[in-house]
Write a protein that binds this ligand. Structure first.
Ligand SMILES: [Fe+2]
Ligand SMILES: [Fe+2]
Length: 409
């Protein structure tokens, strides 16, 4: 019996099994639930928002060229779009809520597989920039999870590439509504977290009456634009939030998300399983995990943690370890107006780029109570870089099975 399997058994016998409920109690009340259902099923609000699905996850990294090389070399990413710089001043400060002295030196968009893209940022922020990376248990904690068809083969590949693999894994959930998923966490050389997930036969929560989470499996089982065996693309983006009820309600009420899977808690009161699984303090407790779906694209996985060393602050976009999640909207003006009416937390925008390789994209950031900016993005006629890119970025409007990468229609 392997060490990991022994730990798994120990972990389960300590009572730290997955528990939870498919039908989580509604936190938004009847009217909120009705409104969310209206949006979910094509009601007025959802129509105004025009949400297609997750377009990309943005992360601020210490050394952007190193990160690009790592994603290219280890994961087989392509990097067809690099743009910037955007100089320090009132414009950048108001679009992404950073100090007026902070500049964006470079933005590079990566594609891996047939799902949402990764947007890397390099910032210079002379008036303060955090250089420590968040743990998964911190309020700024986050990870990017990729679906793989054969998790043992994919993990073996990553280990062969010298990637730091968390010792407890691959770990299979065998109880509760998430039973059927197997996960493995890795740490990137700059301190970020990547997860591989596989659920070849689905998960226990998937019964006919429940509308399921999105999966990159819906875009086909072919592994394209990657060097990781069997990798399909981003499955979800995990973020740690101060209050999981508040964060879930924000996504449900404002963006029309659904929440078909809720599970947890997880802890290991005696041993080091939490450290070995997700690289947090051994006494850290995952109080609850909720998986939410918005349109067609990677899901958002919300975590609520307690931990003796929990950092209860949010990052600025100019800090290392900062992150945001962007959703494609069909009509940027209508989408922004709708979300602003709902939330009142819009930053400056919508901003449309008219020059350079990203010309054609319009964006707007929104703040919220959980510290991960939500961006709306649209590029109805594509972006300038596409005319010369052999393999374009993934386009969330292209969510259908396709075996070969090709230009977005
Ligand atoms: Fe973005
Ligand atoms: Fe995850």
């Amino acid at each position: 019996m392997s060490e990991a399997r022994m730990r798994r058994r120990e972990f389960l016998t300590k009572g730290a099994v997955a528990v939870g409920s498919v039908a989580a109690a509604p936190v938004v009340g009847v009217r909120g639930a009705q409104a969310a259902a209206g949006r979910m099923f094509g009601g007025v609000g959802r129509g105004q928002l025009g949400l297609v699905g997750c377009d990309h996850v943005g992360i601020t990294v210490p050394d952007i060229n190193h990160a690009i090389e790592w994603f290219e070399d280890v994961m087989g990413a392509v990097a067809p779009l690099t743009f910037g710089p955007f100089p320090a001043g009132a414009f950048v400060a108001s679009v992404v809520d950073v100090a007026q002295t902070a500049s964006i030196d470079q933005i590079t968009m990566l594609r891996i597989g047939h799902s949402a893209n990764i947007e890397l940022f390099k910032y210079t922020a002379p008036d303060g920039q955090r250089h420590d990376m968040p743990k998964n248990s911190d309020w700024s904690g986050h990870h990017i999870a990729f679906y793989v068809t054969d998790i043992d083969a994919a993990v073996e590949y990553m280990v062969g590439k010298g990637v730091r693999k968390m010792p407890a894994g691959p770990f299979t959930l065998t109880a509760g509504p998430a039973a059927g998923q197997t996960i493995q966490y890795f740490q990137t050389p700059w301190g970020g977290y990547i997860e591989f997930i596989s659920y070849p036969d689905g998960m226990a929560y998937e019964v006919p009456s429940v509308k399921p989470l999105w999966s990159p499996k819906l875009n086909g089982m072919d592994s394209v634009v990657t060097s990781v065996p069997g990798l399909l693309g981003i499955d979800h983006i995990g973020i740690t939030v101060p209050n999981i009820d508040v964060a879930a309600a924000w996504l449900e009420q404002n963006l029309g998300f659904i929440n078909p899977l809720t599970f947890g808690p997880f802890s290991d009161p005696i041993g080091t399983f939490m450290t070995d699984l997700v690289d947090v303090n051994p006494r850290a407790v995952v109080q609850q995990i909720r998986m939410l779906r918005g349109g067609n694209g990677p899901n958002v996985e919300l975590f609520q943690y307690t931990s003796p060393d929990q950092d209860q602050t949010f990052r600025k976009n100019s800090d290392w370890g900062a992150h945001h999640i962007a959703f494609y909207t069909r009509h940027i003006d209508k989408g922004v107006e709708y979300l602003q009416t709902e939330t009142g937390t819009k930053l400056f925008g919508p901003v449309t780029l008219t020059q350079g390789p990203a010309a054609g994209q319009s964006i707007n950031y929104f703040e919220n109570p959980f510290g991960t900016n939500i961006e709306l993005i649209s590029y109805p006629h594509g972006m300038a870089y596409q005319s010369s890119a052999p393999i374009p970025l993934w386009d969330p409007r292209d969510n259908h099975p396709q075996s070969q990468p090709g230009p977005a229609s």
